[in-house]
Write a protein that binds this ligand. Structure first.
Ligand code: NDP
Length: 221
């Protein structure tokens, strides 16, 4: 298979690269600095430089991928801020989180989805349980929650524009990465293995859905 991982310098993205390469797949993966690109090349991935928060950088993605058919694309890039609703986000903080987690995905979709359609493939977007409106229990990481709920809507609402691809918002669970911290219960290995299973089992009727780490649809959004 041809795999594309966007935001793969470390954490969950790098683990996707590792596992798909170990399965014998060809992997194209992105990072935004030289150290990240080097880690991707060390796994024999095709490494592309991409900053999802730079519209100019994202707009060059389609030509960098010219002629590719992508069986599985993953939008993994994401950032987290911790403030709750007692502290309104500053505009720079809000813009940073929303740009990376939402606008970057929305600008990436028209660049990448036609290549996924060409392979009748799958396009996964790494969301979060924190973006699940029906189970919101606090405003902890307020802006992040809002960004992931918005990402879920971007995925759900774009699916009909790309009927030959299967779109999915995937929760990775709470994972031991720089973002998730050392106290998280899941290793990146186990989280990614579970999401790969979920992706592999998706059917066209599932497109646009939001799936938990065990692969079941998240009820009520
Ligand atoms: P990490 O902080 O370990 O990795 C974040 C990744 O996103 C890095 O590769 C980083 O690249 C990349 N990234 C951030 N900003 C940009 C940008 N502007 N352009 C390109 N790449 C960018 O976090 P995780 O691996 O844990 O997170 C991956 C995804 O999983 C995120 O979307 C996150 O929200 C989501 N998630 C994680 C959970 C967890 O418990 N870990 C729980 C729920 C969701 P760089 O090295 O250049 O900064």
């Amino acid at each position: 298979m041809n795999i594309l991982v966007i935001g793969a310098s470390r954490g969950i993205g790098l683990e996707f690269v590792r596992q798909y390469r170990a399965a014998g797949d060809r992997v194209i993966a992105t990072a935004r600095d030289d150290a990240g690109l080097e880690r991707l090349r060390a796994l024999d991935a095709v490494a592309l430089k991409l900053d999802v928060a730079s519209p100019a950088s994202v707009s060059g993605l389609a030509w960098q991928l010219d002629g590719e058919k992508i069986d599985v694309a993953l939008y993994v890039a994401g950032v987290l801020t911790h403030a709750d609703a007692h502290t309104p986000p500053t505009q720079p903080d809000f813009d940073h989180v929303m740009h990376t987690n939402v606008l970057g995905a929305m600008q990436t979709i028209p660049q990448v989805a036609p290549l996924v359609e060409a392979a009748q493939g799958r396009f996964g977007f790494i969301t979060s349980d924190m973006g699940h409106i029906a189970s919101a229990e606090s405003s902890y990481c307020w802006t992040y929650r809002v960004s992931k709920a918005a990402l879920n809507m971007a995925v759900a609402s774009a699916r009909d524009d790309y009927p030959q691809a299967i779109f999915a918002a995937l929760s990775p669970g709470w994972v031991q990465t720089d973002l998730g911290g050392g106290g998280a219960p899941l290793s990146a290995h186990d989280s990614v293995a579970a999401m790969r299973r979920t992706l592999a089992h998706l059917k066209p009727a599932d497109s646009g859905g939001f799936f938990g780490i065990d692969g079941t649809p998240m009820a009520g959004w």
